[in-house]
Design a protein around this ligand. Structure first.
Ligand SMILES: NC(=O)C1=CN([C@@H]2O[C@H](COP(=O)(O)OP(=O)(O)OC[C@H]3O[C@@H](n4cnc5c(N)ncnc54)[C@H](O)[C@@H]3O)[C@@H](O)[C@H]2O)[C@@H](O)CC1
Ligand SMILES: Nc1ncnc2c1ncn2[C@@H]1O[C@H](COP(=O)(O)OP(=O)(O)O)[C@@H](O)[C@H]1O
Ligand SMILES: [K+]
Length: 507
């Protein structure tokens, strides 16, 4: 198990707005581009999407802001006019003199009217080029009113780069954003296209090539990604001819007491489905009696003499263990977690295992801070995250992505910050945002299944961050396959195809 990164196709890279600005500048300085050409290319893409999505469209309203987003709008208005559309441009503020946006405005022969006068008719097409990556605060009232009019008139909205009002780095609606039918963005997605609520406001997203050479990524190594098989398939476990059950990998799951055994079973079954060759549940005699009535191929081992660390260490080739689902006893969870962190198996700490450190998170982080590789994976939902990282949870300046990255750095752990836009962050600064989850995953025990999947991939030798990313994606696919009203057992039942590379959907 190493944390060495395999090269990742940069097409799934995600760029912060700051990095996007750097890419623009780099393309202009070293990539043979000019600012106005990038803008023209962006506008061409907007125009193409508009005509493809609404063939035969006659009236197109273009709402143009004062910056480069507005510049894209002026250039798109000119192109749409050239192909015969009735283009009506509504502008907000004046582009900075001699800026690319000013050049684009000067080249556009449409009549410009103030955005306050915007009057769409029922069903018109509206291009929203008010604000993009440069927006840092609530939209001006006049912009909010214009977007409200578009919604009231049931216009079809195409957002340039981002729906105006959405922060490109956090996905937060800074105030006034409305849902678009389509969003055309440039070069690569930004976090705001993937994090909620931004993702839901974008509609269908087109990523347009505007002529920024991908050589940019030779200089600026991508650190942010949209989660998916391209990110981790090189390290995804493949069955080998000469394997036996223990060489495939062994996972241990610590059980809760007699009346709380189901969570551990869900983790254990998911670890098996992830491909672990052997899975053992560790628990007291009363709990194992219950497990024995339910499981067949999962092994059971009693932890009568100590917290269970000795039994864990006696297991053959155990590469990862899950601690927390249904576990209860906080004191024991703390002792066990700290003990495991001093030993070879990777610790997947979930649920009660995380809550056990609410009063002393630094104890956990200290134990995890070791030279070399990370040995800890934390899988908190928002409530658990706030218990371990209360200051980060409360920090209104940080996006979910920023919170997860800071948490990973602080805890020396891979942090899977769960939710409908799960972020998987690594202490080395890499992060992935997951988008394939569905509300069918919001069911008791679903997180236990995820923890088992993570451990299952880790025990087969996947690097920790990649294993966590793979588990979150596979979990999302299982949620889709299980459909509405699924329960956690259904997720386990449908896992199998998604842990085989050959059955993945084409990315
Ligand atoms: N060469 C480039 O940099 C390219 C940029 N492109 C476009 O440029 C956009 C980014 O352009 P900008 O950086 O000019 O940013 P925006 O056009 O998003 O914002 C422009 C200006 O509005 C001001 N502003 C921000 N929030 C405001 C608010 N709430 N009320 C009033 N004013 C506010 C900002 O200070 C900034 O000057 C991208 O989203 C993309 O559409 C594309 O043309 C591709 C090439
Ligand atoms: N609305 C949703 N959309 C996508 N994924 C979701 C949604 N709600 C929950 N999930 C996922 O389901 C899992 C729930 O985990 P958790 O809250 O720990 O549940 P439990 O403790 O009951 O097992 C997480 O992986 C989370 O990301
Ligand atoms: K916009």
């Amino acid at each position: 198990m190493s944390n060495q990164r395999e090269p990742v196709p940069h097409r799934i890279a995600v760029l912060t707005c700051g990095h996007m600005g750097q890419a623009d500048n780099w393309a202009i300085r070293h990539g043979g581009q000019t600012g106005i050409r990038l803008m023209e290319n962006a506008a061409t893409a907007v125009c193409d999407v508009t005509l493809a999505r609404f063939p035969g469209v006659r009236v197109v309203h273009v709402l143009c802001g004062p910056g480069n987003n507005g510049g894209d709008g002026f250039a798109a208005a000119r192109l749409l006019k050239e192909v015969g559309c009735d283009v009506r441009v509504w502008s907000l503020g004046e582009p900075r003199p001699e800026s690319d946006a000013a050049l684009a405005k000067a080249a556009c022969s449409a009549r410009f009217r103030p955005v306050a006068d915007f009057t769409p008719e029922d069903g018109d097409v509206v291009i929203d080029a008010l604000f993009g990556a440069g927006l840092t605060r609530r939209l001006p009232d006049v912009a909010i009113k214009a977007l409200e009019k578009a919604v009231a008139a049931r216009c079809r909205i195409i957002a340039v780069d981002l729906p105006s009002g959405v922060n490109g780095d956090s996905g937060i609606n800074l105030g006034g954003a409305v849902g678009a039918d389509e969003t055309v963005t440039f070069f690569r997605k930004k976090p705001g296209h993937l994090l909620l609520p931004g993702r839901n406001l974008c509609g269908a997203i087109t990523i347009a090539d505007i002529g920024i050479p991908s050589r940019f990524f030779d200089i600026e190594k991508p650190m942010l990604f949209e989660n998916g098989p391209d990110l981790w398939q090189k390290t995804f476990p493949r069955a080998k001819e000469d394997q036996h059950k223990y060489s495939r990998g062994h996972v241990a799951v610590f059980s809760g007491p007699r009346y709380a055994t189901g969570a551990a079973r869900l983790s254990a079954m998911a670890a098996q489905r992830a491909g672990a060759g052997a899975v053992t549940i560790l628990g007291d005699a009363a709990a194992l009696d219950i497990h024995a009535a339910h499981v067949t191929s999962i092994m059971l081992r009693e932890t009568s003499h100590d917290d269970g660390l000795d039994e864990l260490l006696r297991l053959k080739r155990c590469g990862a263990c899950v601690l927390g689902p249904g576990f209860g006893n906080e004191g024991r969870a703390r002792r066990l977690a700290l003990g495991v962190l001093g030993e070879p198996p990777v610790l997947v700490l979930d649920a009660d295992g995380i809550t056990a450190f609410s009063d002393a998170p630094s104890e956990l982080f200290e134990a995890a801070r070791k030279p070399g590789q990370s040995r800890l994976i934390l899988t908190p939902h928002a409530g658990e995250f706030a218990r371990l990282f209360p200051d980060l949870a409360d920090n209104g300046q940080l996006s979910k992505l920023g919170k997860a990255l800071k948490a990973a750095e602080r805890s020396s752990a891979v942090v899977v910050y769960k939710g409908s836009d799960t972020v998987i962050a690594s202490p080395d600064g890499c992060a992935a945002i997951n988008v394939n989850g569905t509300p069918s995953l919001a069911t008791a025990g679903s997180g236990d299944v995820l923890a088992g999947l993570v451990a299952g991939f880790v025990c087969q030798g996947m690097p920790l961050w990649e294993a966590a990313c793979a588990a979150v994606w596979v979990h999302g696919e299982a949620g889709r396959a299980a459909g509405g009203h699924a329960v956690a057992e259904d997720l386990v039942d449908v896992l199998r195809p998604f842990t085989r590379i050959s059955s993945w959907r084409a990315a």
